[in-house]
Every structure is written in structure tokens, then in C-alpha cells.
Design a protein around this ligand. Structure first.
Ligand code: ZN
Length: 568
């Protein structure tokens, strides 16, 4: 592939639209161009890299026993209405109306369409399990597309759907998809953390996300430094800490705290700290007030609260609702003597002593409060976010917070789609039963951006060889020199014969531009043919390590192949 003949429009300056390195470098290295907000065209080198990634995904899916299909990108509204997601997706779904006035969407995912397709074949237990996948362009009308391919409105994704006779059968496929996704990440040189996640709009009972730790990640994750445990910040579980309250019992007394509403104000005013203040957060759940008590240094996780309450139908008590619930006194609610209100305590409140809390009387707090003596924490759960220093509930290791890029998400759906869509199979006794389903997505264009985000330096991209568009760039510093041109042509031909397609920079530009562009494009190895050729020498440079090796045109093929073999 000759750089003089192929579209690789590199840019010297950082494009204004690019906020993060991968976005900037994919544009600057001439891998892609923006067409509209969140919509990109991949140019030849970007396309080659995406193909490498999709080939890896395809190989791992096939090895796991899944079969490839091609589903339409345009879906009729009916099945989406039947599953309830035509509404639930809201404005994120790209919709259109055809000339007959029928509604369609540009599919963001394909559970409905594939479930109906599989159910129409009226499978029997003998046909299951079945695992079908496609690698397709997907659409999502992001309210704020940003970060290039990381949050685009049109993107490439591999989506797989599995169908089973039982939960146990689903568990097997789910595990094999977990392994396949781990293998994809490994082969793309991405270190992933698998975290327990909320199931969101896809639904189902269990889901896990494959996260690559990166400061540009949009999700906050918690992971254990000792074991494999990881979770979204909202869903994480930690051991109750031991730092809340005092080790000793204290005397219960009421103190005046005029106008002191926030935990910080109360702590300063009473010369203590937020590790001794019991924080109250008030909610309205199904028309009833709920007082949630957490240690002063923690925040309530509403995702955890939703799990504990078994409903998402709640909201923080609003100012204009206070008079409806006179039992809770603005800013001074405490658990001692609190009646007529549902109460929920964070796990850490159990057994705590020497606390400061609201006295259920305006401008008053209580000091020396003790759980078990002054109030009973009957209803206790893990309902707070983790804080620095929390320990893993599984192994006791220290938990860390980080930001992560989600590259994959796997779900156990159960009967979430098969029931409403009437997708059933015939069991051994001839009875119809709904199929048990799983769904598995991995973003291939997002992996492309993530690889660049994780593998670059100031000069440009440093492609890991498994996903590099091409393995090698040949820089011919003076293409007008017949000698250099001949050595380049011989090398190119020799490598081609051994199955290696390479990029040759034969442009009529200065060596400086060639060096800079080669580092920016970032193929794993570079061969430089320049003035040293007079002494019969050429240079081989490894992009990842920066290592330079002097070699000879004769036998360079072997040296190049060896160098690329050991490249990252
Ligand atoms: Zn752990």
C-alpha cells in the first residue's frame, strides 16, 4: 500500500472537536473523519484496524459455538411496541416513517427482531441451545455525542443472542461468552475489569460489564485490589467500616444547634467530625415518607435503595412536600423517638455509639446517641456509596475507585423478551414453554478508540500488532533515488510474498514529515531507507519500544519478521 496512492490525510494540529487523545489521534493520523456530530467515516487505515478487531471478535465467537447472521439495521416498530421498548427507549432511538406512513427505527440493538425470527422456526428442545450473532452498525441518538468513537451516534457492535430450554443451559452459554469477551480484550491488548452492573434498558436479572480502566471513561467503577471483584459505583458492595461513631458509650444529651442543617455545619459547631454524625436523607416512596440514615461521610446510593425497596418509584422529599409529612422536621430528623415514618439504616449504623443526630425538634440535635440503647436499627441494608478505605465484601482487600470505558456487556435476560413476544419452544413432553435468553454486546468501533486511548504517546498511536492496520511502514527518504526505490520495491515484494502487506511512504515530502507521520500513524515497525544505504545499511525501528536496529537490505525480511513477532 503506497502512501502516495491511499487516503491518509494526516493533520499537524489538534482538531478543535477532539477532547481526548484517541479522538484527536484517530483524526490526526488520517484514520477517520467526522461527517456529523457523533457520525464518522473510517478511512483506509482506520478500516483495516476495525477489520482486525472484528476478525478477532468473529474468531472468538465462532470458537465459542456462536453462529453469524446478518440482521437488518432498519426495524419495524411492531415488535418494539410488543416488548414495551418503543416507549422505553425514548429520544435515544432514531426513528423514521416510510412512504406508507409505517414507523421504523434504526436499530440500537436487536432482541425483538431476533427473538421473533427464532420463535417463528418453532424450535423444539432438540434445537436449543442456539447462539446467534452479527457484527453490525448500530444507532443511538446520544443527547451529547462526544469523544469520537467512544460515544458516537452511529457505531459498530457485535451483538449475540442465545436461546435456551433452562436457566442452567443459559449459565453455560453466559460463561462461554464471558470467556470469549475476556479473550477478545486480551488479544486487543486491553486490560479489562469485569464488573457487576445494572441491567438498565436491556433488562433481565444479571449483567456484567467489561470495563477498561481509563481516566476518560464515562462510568465510575469500584474494584478490589486483591481479588477479581468489581462493580459499578452504584451497585458495589463493601464491608461495613469500623470508623463510624466512638468506641465508648456516651451520655445522651440534647444540644441547641441553631440553623445547623448540614452534616458539616453540625460537626464543626459541635466540635466533632462527620464520622460521628448520623446523616438523614428523606424520600417519598409510594406516597409515604422514608427516612434513610447513613454515616455522615457517606452518600445514599439510589440504585441500591431501589434494590432494597423493590421499586424505582421514589424521590427525595421536596420542600413543597414537607407539610404533608409533619413527622419529619426539616434538617433535624433523627431516629430517636421517630414515629409514623418508615426508616432504613445503612449497615454501618448497627452497633454504633457516640453519635450526633437530629433531635426531631427544630434547631436541636442529640449527642452521645447509641444504637441498641437509644434506638434500634431494625431495618438495615448496604445502601451507601463506597468511600476511600472501604474493604471488599468478598475478600477484605482494599477497594479502589476508577473511571472505566465499557467495551462489552453481557446479560442473562431470562424470560424478559420471550414472554411478551410469545417466543416458545416445545419441551420433551410436547408442551410449549418460553425460551430462556441471554444477550451479549461488544462495541468494535469503541474497542478501536479504546486501543488508541490506551496505546499512544505524544508522537502518536502505538498500535499493538494484533490490531494494527498494517504491521510495517517503509519510509523511503529519497524516492527519487533509483537505489532507494529499488531496495524498497524488493523489500515490499519479498514481504508481500511471505504474506505481509505493508505501508510504503513514497511521497515527495521531507524526511522530517515522513518520520513524524510514521510515528503518528504508529504501525508496530518502521523500516527507514535513507543515506545509510550508501554504506549498505537500513534502519529498523520498533514503534512501541522506540528501539532502533541497524540492518542490511539483504536478509532484512527475516529481521523484520522477527522484530514484528516480538513487537507488542
Ligand atoms: Zn476482593
Amino acid at each position: 500500500m503506497r502512501l502516495s496512492r491511499v487516503t491518509v490525510p494526516t493533520l499537524k494540529e489538534k482538531p478543535a472537536e477532539a477532547e481526548i487523545p484517541s479522538h484527536e489521534l484517530l483524526l490526526r493520523a488520517g484514520m477517520m473523519r467526522s461527517v456529523a456530530a457523533g457520525i464518522y467515516a473510517l478511512l483506509p487505515l482506520g478500516t483495516l484496524a476495525l477489520e482486525k478487531i472484528e476478525d478477532i471478535v468473529r474468531e472468538e465467537m465462532n470458537a465459542a459455538g456462536a453462529m453469524e447472521v446478518v440482521l437488518p439495521g432498519l426495524h419495524p416498530s411492531d415488535p418494539w411496541i410488543q416488548s414495551g421498548r418503543w416507549q422505553a427507549y425514548g429520544p435515544e432511538m432514531m426513528r423514521l416513517v416510510d412512504r406508507q406512513g409505517r414507523e421504523f427505527c434504526f436499530a440500537p440493538t436487536a432482541e425483538e427482531v431476533i427473538t421473533l425470527m427464532v420463535s417463528r422456526t418453532a424450535p423444539s428442545y432438540r434445537d436449543l441451545p442456539l447462539n446467534l450473532y452479527q457484527i453490525q452498525t448500530k444507532f443511538r441518538d446520544e443527547i451529547r455525542p462526544r469523544f469520537g468513537l467512544l460515544r458516537a451516534r452511529e457505531f459498530r457492535m457485535k451483538d449475540a443472542y442465545s436461546f435456551h430450554t433452562s436457566e442452567e443451559e443459559l449459565d453455560d452459554t453466559y460463561r462461554s461468552m464471558y470467556e470469549a469477551y475476556s479473550a477478545v480484550a486480551r488479544r486487543c491488548s486491553l486490560d479489562v475489569r469485569v464488573i457487576d452492573a445494572a441491567t438498565g434498558l436491556i433488562g433481565g436479572d444479571v449483567s456484567q460489564e467489561f470495563m477498561v480502566i481509563s481516566e476518560v471513561g464515562e462510568d465510575e467503577i469500584i474494584y478490589c485490589t486483591e481479588c477479581e471483584y468489581g462493580a459499578s459505583a452504584e451497585m458495589e458492595v463493601h464491608r461495613p467500616g469500623v470508623g463510624f461513631g466512638s468506641p465508648e458509650s456516651g451520655k445522651l444529651e440534647e444540644v441547641k444547634t441553631p440553623g445547623m442543617v448540614s452534616v458539616e455545619d453540625v460537626a464543626v459547631y459541635l466540635d466533632t467530625d462527620n464520622a460521628h454524625v448520623l446523616k438523614c436523607v428523606l424520600y417519598v416512596v409510594g406516597g409515604e415518607a422514608l427516612a434513610v440514615f447513613v454515616p455522615g461521610y457517606r452518600e445514599v446510593s439510589e440504585a441500591k435503595l431501589e434494590c432494597v425497596l423493590g421499586t424505582g418509584d421514589f424521590h427525595p422529599l421536596r420542600e413543597d412536600e414537607r407539610e404533608l409529612y409533619p413527622a419529619v422536621t426539616a434538617g433535624f430528623t433523627g431516629p430517636v423517638g421517630l414515629e409514623g415514618v418508615r426508616i432504613l439504616f445503612d449497615q454501618e449504623v448497627k452497633g454504633s455509639r457516640g453519635l450526633v443526630c437530629g433531635a426531631n425538634r427544630v434547631d436541636h440535635h442529640l449527642k452521645g446517641v447509641e444504637e441498641g440503647r437509644d434506638f434500634k436499627a431494625d431495618s438495615v441494608a448496604d445502601i451507601a456509596y463506597t468511600v476511600e478505605g472501604d474493604l471488599c465484601a468478598r475478600c477484605g482487600g482494599v477497594l479502589r475507585k476508577a473511571r472505566g470505558i465499557e467495551i462489552g456487556h453481557i446479560f442473562k435476560l431470562g424470560l424478559k423478551y420471550s414472554e411478551p413476544l410469545g417466543a416458545s419452544f416445545t419441551d420433551q413432553d410436547g408442551n410449549g414453554k418460553p425460551m430462556v435468553m441471554g444477550t451479549y454486546g461488544i462495541g468494535t468501533s469503541r474497542i478501536l478508540a479504546t486501543v488508541v486511548e490506551l496505546h499512544h504517546d505524544d508522537a502518536g498511536i502505538k498500535w499493538p500488532k494484533a490490531v494494527a492496520p498494517l504491521p510495517l511502514e517503509l519510509l523511503v527518504l529519497s524516492p527519487e533515488s533509483a537505489e532507494q526505490a529499488k531496495v524498497a520495491a524488493d523489500l515490499e515484494q519479498g514481504l508481500k510474498a511471505s504474506g505481509m502487506e505493508i505501508l510504503v511512504d513514497d511521497r515527495d515530502v521531507s524526511p522530517g514529515i515522513k518520520f513524524n507521520d510514521a510515528d503518528l500513524i504508529g504501525l508496530p515497525a518502521q523500516v527507514i531507507i535513507g543515506n545509510k544505504l550508501a554504506e549498505g545499511k537500513i534502519d529498523l525501528k520498533l514503534r512501541y519500544s522506540g528501539e532502533r536496529i541497524e540492518t542490511f537490505p539483504e536478509g532484512a525480511n527475516q529481521a523484520i519478521e522477527r522484530a514484528i513477532d516480538v513487537a507488542t
